[in-house]
Design a protein around this ligand. Structure first.
Ligand code: TXA
Ligand code: MG
Length: 364
């Protein structure tokens, strides 16, 4: 896999490769995507093989022009056009009814035809330029190998594919990305928008734009998931992660106790500056509680300030990957209020923690 900078020559090479059936990892404002020409069935099949993605999990399309939506669907509800006008280019994917006679291979393999298609116009100048120069529409899932978190830095991709039989042909290094978590996926096939995956375009923003009730997550244990990606086991760090909610003091004292009692474990801590400050105050207490011959092994990573949720989202996946690199045995992570962008952040953190959640200091 060659790595290029996003200059003119790099963008030209990326477009040329896409035109000839190549696979190119490209930056978007959310996460890096693994792109191929959507109209080239073999190139699309290579995305599945390279990523190790289950065949029934469809890919989303990336367009460089809003009007391309009409090439893909004959059934666009008014609210969907409003959402595209309002939020494109941006981190919003619209799942629309696909024209029946196009792109049968997007569901993964011949015969597994999908009647809908997810479409978005990414807000990244490099990838918009690459799509335009390729003269087509690109299919692109997140560029991570299946089972690792979505890549938000070029080195996440070089790490994922360093020992693999198949890898992308080219990586366009766009540096660190603005949003850091994947786009909001909205089902736009019914009379009202339904959020299938939360993201940086929040439920409040959608409701404000279309003035309609947002139904929210429709899939539950009884009904099949509308967004196939939601049924797979999501990325979890190698070490079991537990989310902790409560006051900064309660979270800090729980973490301190764990550090003292889990003497043989390398503990990873993902917490805000306030909680980290409280843990610091606890260190003298710890020294007394712990055996003097024992030095705790702890990796502290900054979650970011809960008042700056965009900053937390931007760094989240890089932090999770860092814990794997450090080889921690246990991860303790501070939970955030599920409000605004916090809904999407907590969605990803809950998946990483496989549901482990401890509420501290709640009485009654
Ligand atoms: O921000 C993003 O959306 C990134 C960047 C690269 O654009 N892409 C991304 O793609 O996250 P992917 O494939 O990792 O996730 C797309 C999600 C999956 O959960 C998939 O199941 C769902 O969207 N999806 C795709 N097509 C769908 C469809 N026709 N109906 C329902 N869900 C769909
Ligand atoms: Mg993905």
């Amino acid at each position: 896999m060659r790595v290029v900078t996003p200059d003119n020559a790099g963008m030209d090479e990326a477009a040329r490769l896409l035109k000839t059936g190549g696979l190119v990892a490209v930056p978007t404002e959310t996460v890096y995507g693994l792109a191929a020409d959507a109209f080239n069935a073999e190139a699309v099949a290579r995305i599945y093989a390279t990523k190790g993605r289950p065949a029934d999990n469809p890919l989303i399309l990336h367009v460089a022009d809003k009007s391309d939506l009409d090439k893909l669907t004959d059934h666009l509800p008014d609210y969907a056009r409003t959402l595209a006008d309002r939020f494109w280019p941006g981190p919003l994917t619209l799942v629309v009814r696909k024209k029946p006679d196009i792109l049968p291979w997007l569901g993964g393999h011949p015969g597994n035809t999908v009647k809908t298609v997810g479409v978005r116009m990414p807000n990244h100048p490099v990838t918009l330029a690459i799509i335009k120069r390729s003269g087509s529409i690109i299919a692109a899932p997140s560029a991570n190998k299946a089972g690792t978190p979505s890549p938000t830095q070029a080195e996440h991709i070089t790490n994922d594919y360093k020992d693999t039989a198949q890898s992308p042909d080219l990586l366009v290094d766009g540096g660190t990305l603005e949003v850091g978590i994947e786009s909001t996926v909205v089902d736009a096939t019914g009379d009202k928008p339904v959020i299938l995956r939360p993201g940086a375009i929040t439920e409040e923003m959608i409701r404000e734009a279309v003035g309609a009730a947002v139904i929210g997550k429709a899939a539950n244990a009884e009904t099949p998931p509308l967004s196939p990606g939601t049924k797979y086991r999501h990325y979890a760090p190698l070490a079991p992660m537990t989310l902790l909610s409560g006051t900064a003091e309660a979270v800090a004292s729980f973490i301190t106790t764990q550090i003292v009692s889990e003497v043989d474990a390398h503990i990873g801590v993902l917490a805000s500056p306030r909680v980290l400050a409280c843990i610091n105050k606890n260190w003298p207490v710890m020294a007394v509680q712990s055996d003097s011959s024992y030095t705790p092994v702890v990796t502290f990573l900054p979650l970011g300030d809960p008042h700056n949720l965009p900053d937390i989202a931007r760094n989240l996946f890089a932090n999770l990957r860092r814990f794997d690199e450090k080889g921690v045995d246990i991860i303790l992570a501070e939970a955030l209020p599920a409000e605004g962008l916090g809904v999407a952040i907590m969605d990803r953190m809950t998946k990483a923690a496989e549901g482990r959640f401890i509420r501290l200091g709640v009485t009654g």
